[in-house]
Design a binder for this molecule. Sequence first.
Ligand code: TRP
Length: 442
Amino acid sequence: MATSSSAPLRVLTGITPSGTPHLGNYVGSIRHSVRQSVAPGVESFFFLADYHALIKVQEPALIQRSTLEIAASWLACGLDPERVTFYRQSDVVEIPELTWFLTCVTGKGVLNRAHAYKAQLDKNIAKGEDPDADVTAGLFMYPVLMGADILMFNAHKVPVGRDQVQHIEMARDMAQRFNHQYGEHFTLPEAEIDDAVATLPGLDGRKMSKSYGNTIAMFAPRAQLQKQIASIVTDSRAPGEPKDTEGSALFQIYQAFASAEETEALRKAYAEGIGWGDAKQMLFERIDLEVAPLRARYEALMNDPAEIERILLIGAEKARKLARPFMAELRHAVGLRNLAAGAGKGGARKAKVAKPSFKQYRERDGLFYFKLLDAHGTALLQSRGFASPQEAGRAIAALQQQRGAALAELADQLEPAGPEELRAANEALEALAEATAPTNGS
Ligand code: TRP
């Protein structure tokens, strides 16, 4: 069908608000994903994984602060909330519901093998403690919550670091199991690991990570940035002695910000024995060149948390416009249904029961319209005007075939509908599909 080949690529990115964003987050995720979000044919979802934060952080003020900081960072780096769907996970109340559906198709054995959980067990065992010491059920269930984040929006691509690849594979597995059991509802997501996106070394040369305490804050004021850069570990070679670029954290960080020519110039300076103090000054100026304009926007945003709150609430509404009807479809699929809507298999007289129907018509404006009517003739959905009857017909066909998923996709071609109306429309589409499906045997 035409819609599937021209459908945008859905890319979904989540960050757990459990700390202050650092240059590793910027180079490894934020910079790349914001750039990608303006590419044609890409539909991006950006969210703050605050439910995930509860697994690691039991300090309420820290979660609130970090959520604000990460939201402000994305916006400062150019994320356009008009263009992408930008939201806070906990505002999309459908996500915990989907988490439960997925929980019920996920093997416990699969979760037993999750790296983050296993690492904790191994640590306990190594210390001679009870393997489950300090392991919450939240840590154990982490991959399922993440699966719900991804599958809720039928993301095709999920850009992640290598440590998260296993989680994407698990989400795929959940989607497959669910689809197998209940019909094709989920797109199978794929991890996107961009090897061009450097893993930034931290101050001590190990991967820059909050857990190593070796980070450079992304939006530290100029003086503090300079101080942090001054503390990058180097060897003890004196000015005038040639230096190795290989294994030099300073060099690698520079490379993540600089052009190829700039990098070559520093390589040459290393060979010619640049002093560490001068090299650090070069690095500082180069980072500051890129970060200074972003820092100014970041500071303005941090001073207006109400504005960020407002943006996130609008984003949540946008996300839920997709999540609500999709969840209604899934509820129906698993059997959480309106009892009066007629049973599926074994509904003996279903063929005689009046069915919902589509009505197509032309208005005096010359455009072509349709309505979805319930069994009693009440309108459940009202289309906008189409230039031709064929276009209206295609939209109807999509609704008949893809039901809830098409409801979300065609949102622009339909008059706005509230959650109750969407739920009723979705049930009508399901009922219609069931009534017109070939009867099995009886
Ligand atoms: N677990 C991810 C991290 O800690 C954050 C995250 C939560 C996420 N849900 C997601 C990332 C869904 C991608 C997709 O980095």
